[in-house]
Design a protein around this ligand. Sequence first.
Ligand SMILES: C[S@@+](CC[C@H](N)C(=O)[O-])C[C@H]1O[C@@H](n2cnc3c(N)ncnc32)[C@H](O)[C@@H]1O
Length: 244
Amino acid sequence: MRLKEHLRKIPGLLKLLRLGRIVLDPTHRSEWQLKRNKPHNLFQPDGHTFFDRYPWIFSAVKELLLEVATPRLLSFGCSTGEEVFTLRRYFPQAEILGIDINPHSIALCQKKLIQARDSHIQFKLASSPGEEVKDYYDAVFCMAVLRHGELGFSHSENCAHLIRFEDFERTIRGFYRVLKPGGLLIIRHSNFRIADTALAEEFDVVLAIIPNRLVEKTPLYGSNNQLLGNDVYNDTVFRKRNVA
Ligand SMILES: C[S@@+](CC[C@H](N)C(=O)[O-])C[C@H]1O[C@@H](n2cnc3c(N)ncnc32)[C@H](O)[C@@H]1O
């Protein structure tokens, strides 16, 4: 029998352990607070991340940006900064901004930045790209953000109690605004598809990647927030069309 099943037999113990984790673990507490307070435009509240999480995507984007001497990169939903410091390895000359909705994560990023002494990296607490300059970025990375982990377990028929298509579409519109014409948008593990937004025609798909195991935990939802069938969505790197 698994440990959790043993623990369930002791009345109140699991609740007590959960409460203990909230009190003792500041990262867990910050995610719990996000889930409870549901700030505007919150998607995935869980900050799980690690260094070099998407090596072939980073390598592919590096190839696509070879011509750009000093790329401007946005890591949207950067969590505790591993993605930003990974991007620095792939793009030594880049100017990089990491944005996250979680104040605790951004505070940790700032501490790491002091250690790294990198004046071309910045971190910012924000929930949308709304404050960023128009037509500025060569690439926007939005990895494992436009989703909600609970949907992977519940496969609810409707996702609107956790995340909503209209927030997704508005966020994509925000990315479109801050990308340079020809700039790249990289999206991974999203519960929604750009193909279902009004901006579908504004992007070309330049890279589709065979899904990995997280795909089973990433059910797809349509523009009405209803669960789609068994569709798999491989589109990963999009290019903002050059408008004449
Ligand atoms: C699973 S982590 C992804 C971290 C990293 N991008 C990666 O793929 O490893 C999801 C992050 O998205 C952040 N997030 C969720 N909604 C957001 C929003 N509206 N604006 C900025 N960050 C958001 C969460 O705080 C969390 O740190």
